[in-house]
Design a protein around this ligand. Sequence first.
Ligand SMILES: *Cc1c(COP(=O)(O)O)cnc(C)c1O
Length: 441
Amino acid sequence: MTARSAALFDAARRVIPGGVNSPVRAFNSVGGTPRFITSASGAYLTDADGNELVDLICSWGPMLLGHAHPEVVAAITEAAARGTSYGAPTPAEIDLVAEIVDRTPVEQARLVNSGTEATMSVLRLARGITGRDKIVKFAGCYHGHADSLLAAAGSGLATLGIPGTPGVTAGTTADTIVLPYNDRAAVTAAFAEHGPEIAALITEASPGNMGVVPPAEGFNAFLAETARAHGALFVSDEVMTGFRVSRSGQFGLDGVEPDLMTFGKVMGGGFPCAAFGGRADLMGHLAPVGEVYQAGTLSGNPVAAAAGLTTLRLATDEVYAGLGTRADQLRAAVSEALRGAGVPHLVQSAGSMFSVFFTDADEVVDYAGASGQDTAAFAAFFHAMLDAGVHLPPSAFEAWFLSAAHDDAAIDKVITALPEAARAAARAAEDPQPKQGNDHD
Ligand SMILES: *Cc1c(COP(=O)(O)O)cnc(C)c1O
């Protein structure tokens, strides 16, 4: 039953472009009707027609503990009752930033409202500190929708097959150098040519926005060394991986110390809350101490800070270990089902974050590789899973997310749905119809 979601989608499209407030939610690349969600609890979403769906989106990462965790809800409710925004400093902000400082190499951080704001602000800071203009990023890495970072980005642009976007001036992207991921020679060459003009190299600590494409052994350390050798700052974007792939994010797995970092998603516990941080000498360039301006009416919002802090405090080593076990179980089951149906595929992971590429490649190391997927096979797989009550991310280019609330019952429901979905993918892979993908209606 999707009649109510369909009616809501019609109503939404009349007043909201495409019916959604973030493009990938619209199902353009998989077709069909997006489910309008009316409530969520633990590992499950409930849509407007009353369908209960195992949620493997988890709000694209934030819901590490599952939906409506009782302690998080209590903290939010208690904070909201004390007023929702003051425009003045609060004790809760100190606790949240202290928790981030405790878990990561950053010495200081500033809170903002979205990952986009975090990366936009951190690059302004890097440019302000170095007095240089250019930024190096990797194709397929998504750092939010700030103008200078929308060159060859992943996420929704990858899903919709958009290389860049109108509305971003040539002047803005002229200072963005885009390189293939995991390509040391390209990095070396770019710094050899533009070294003295490069303010920062920004990378997803372990990319998850072109599907999961982990850094090759030593790649992050190489990036840090290369940037520093040329007087540029190494910026690690952990908006997705931070507090998700381990207690300390990707840093907790590879130990490479960035100069500056960005965080979001999990640290907001489902609220608009993100951060950028780094060494105290670098962060000291921000106003009001230094001259680089950055501000926000709702930054450090007390309700968001309560949600984030409670989430992080509950995200213990046991939570991460449990997520890892569940992810292993699910990855193995997906592979087995797809293999059983003869569907070429590849599962790649970073901690408990993983994605499935519908490809016959042995590995995907960059955006060009990720783009070689059979998106029609994914679309068929996606819809068969949805029909069976499992909501995957509606894109072949996104990671699947688990939460601590995904218990045996939730995982069993996913595993039970896999064989039929794999057969649907096999039929679509054989179908000579043109591939679905860049569908903008
Ligand atoms: C989601 C994401 C962003 C953008 O965060 P928003 O809160 O959506 O603005 C930036 N960088 C990475 C790595 C992300 O995954």
